[in-house]
Design a protein around this ligand. Structure first.
Ligand SMILES: O=C([C@H](O)CO)[C@H](O)[C@H](O)COP(=O)(O)O
Length: 185
């Protein structure tokens, strides 16, 4: 197979996974974002790459957003929202952040493959995305891709789906968002 054929197969795989997403879980996340005073976001590795892209678009919507770990990241407070992207829901640095958020009265949201994972058990909002990972106890699906790739790609796309929904509800446009894009590039 060629690289373009592999790419096509990946897109077809993701399309076949989308129906496993639950609209009511995504609605709870959209609601939590709209209610939050400030939104803090984090993820490790490739899950973290996806959440960085999401943070950028939330900023373009005019929301108060912070990437955990950046030197500019302030202290959390009650009324804030922490969104974690973790396929396994067990990544140790994120477990620590989740516990800290809960003890500070911060609403905790998690995008994950495992709704019984350590973080999922204490999260207020859990969005389960389908995928496959060697880190999971049980894999119900199979993937043509290695490790957590399908989850990581689907989370990037789902974040963009959430952005489109937020744009509609917040009456934001491509133009209003572009006007907030950094001039420091
Ligand atoms: O980058 C990753 C790895 O290559 C698996 O595909 C993961 O995103 C990273 O290890 C974080 O794991 P999760 O918190 O389980 O998403």
């Amino acid at each position: 197979m060629s690289v373009t054929q592999h790419t096509q197969a990946i897109i077809e795989e993701l399309l076949s996974f989308v129906p496993y997403e639950r609209e009511e879980e995504l609605e709870r996340l959209v609601h939590a974002i709209l209610q939050a005073k400030s939104i803090f976001l984090s993820g490790a590795g490739r899950s973290g790459v996806a959440i960085r892209g999401f943070t950028n678009r939330l900023l373009h919507l005019g929301l108060s957003v912070h990437l955990v770990g950046e030197i500019s990241c302030p202290r959390t407070a009650q009324g804030d929202l922490l969104i974690l992207g973790s396929g396994s829901g067990t990544t140790s640095s994120l477990v620590a952040l989740a516990k800290k958020a809960k003890s500070n009265g911060v609403t905790l949201a998690l995008l994950t493959m495992d709704n019984e994972s350590e973080i999922a058990q204490i999260a207020d909002v859990v969005v389960v995305l389908p995928g496959v990972s060697p880190k999971l106890k049980e894999n119900k699906l199979t993937s043509i891709q290695p490790m957590g790739s399908a989850f990581e790609q689907l989370s990037f796309l789902t974040y963009d789906g959430i952005i489109l929904e937020l744009m509609a509800r917040m009456e934001e446009t491509n133009e209003t968002m572009h006007a907030r894009h950094t001039d420091m590039e």
